[in-house]
Design a protein around this ligand. Structure first.
Ligand code: ZN
Length: 336
């Protein structure tokens, strides 16, 4: 399947942090033909294994997304919500949202709210209910909702706009790696689609303990420095290739892994750039401090407007990330 088709398919799945059952079922279906073994652990991480006799390599892409959780249902039928992960109120105003049962609504600010200092507490969801009773027939406290915005491409299919490219684009990348791997691989490969990354790298912590890998590679989006008025919180640019993580606020990548990824990129003519993310972490943060330490790095997809309902990536960068991950999966790696 093409990356864009995988993104479109995954985008329709429900999977905010802690409620990933929907997206996990879709991932299971897509990964099954390529798996030697497939399990889900206690927290809900999906672990897909391709057996090999060499070092254990764990690739991790989180499958959860940011979203909303219902906290109160008001007399007039409006909903108050809390955030799951890094939802910024000013970035989600008047955004359509979708619940697991298909119910839709819109995020609306109170009229008296100061938009400059807007808090999520000053916003509500309008689901079209006229009363508390009517609303309670549709939702319960604790139900979760996600952005319900469109996926489209520009530039002849080069740039894709979509909610939840963070991190469905990386799930799509790892699925495409699984699809392209030869029948026999030297390394013992674990493709882990993690849960609850957006609320603090929780799934990857238990998954890495369970897998006990020699090497860890987190695949995730990263911030860019290529738009007007950029605050330079990232170092990457759309269209300049796969980003090899050097550091983010959760990890300083193992120099041997950074060097290996750069060597593989040179050998394979894969366009790459260096990634330092000044605010925000990835699953690499949890993996590298597992047990007595794991040699860990990251392959990142440069992404504009992260955590908004309209994130944007260049699909040629995503393809370069898949090529680099595929090369690492098959690389001759030092035993640890
Ligand atoms: Zn992410």
């Amino acid at each position: 399947m093409e990356l864009i088709e995988l993104i479109e398919t995954l985008n329709t799945a429900h999977g905010p942090s802690g409620d990933e059952g929907g997206v996990r079922a879709v991932m299971e279906h897509l990964a099954k033909p390529y798996a030697d073994e497939m399990t889900a652990d206690t927290l809900g991480n999906l672990i897909v294994r391709k057996k090999g006799s060499g070092p254990k390599v764990m690739f991790a892409a989180h499958m959860d997304s940011i979203g909303f959780i219902v906290t109160h249902i008001e007399k007039e039928g409006f909903l108050r919500v809390g955030r799951l992960g890094g939802v910024s109120p000013k970035e989600v105003l008047y955004t359509p949202v979708r619940f697991k049962n298909g119910l839709r609504g819109v995020v609306v600010p109170e009229e008296k709210a100061d938009f400059g200092k807007l808090k999520l507490d000053e916003c509500f969801l309008d689901i079209g209910a006229r009363s508390e009773e009517e609303a309670k027939k549709l939702v319960r406290v604790g139900d979760t909702a996600v952005y319900d915005t469109a996926v489209f491409t520009n530039g002849g299919g080069r740039q894709v706009f979509s909610p939840y490219l963070d991190n469905r684009v990386s799930c799509a990348i790892l699925l495409s790696v699984l699809e392209r791997l030869p029948a026999h691989c030297p390394n013992d490969l674990y493709f882990v689609f993690t849960v609850q990354e957006e609320v603090g790298l929780r799934g990857s912590r238990t998954a890495a303990f369970g897998v006990d890998p020699d090497y860890g590679i987190a695949v995730d989006v990263t911030d860019v420095d290529d738009t007007p008025g950029s605050e330079k919180s990232g170092t990457t640019q759309l269209g300049k290739g796969a980003a090899i993580k050097v550091m983010d606020s959760s990890v300083i990548c193992h120099p041997a892994v950074v060097a290996k990824l750069e060597e593989l990129a040179r050998e394979g003519n894969i366009p790459v750039q260096r990634d330092i993310l000044r605010a925000g972490g990835t699953d690499a943060g949890a993996i590298h401090i597992t047990r007595s330490g794991v040699r860990t790095g990251g392959i990142s997809v440069p992404c504009r407007y992260i955590h908004t309902p309209a994130e944007a990536v260049d699909l040629t960068d995503a393809k370069a990330c898949a090529d680099l991950a595929l090369a690492f999966a098959q690389a001759e790696l030092e035993e640890c």
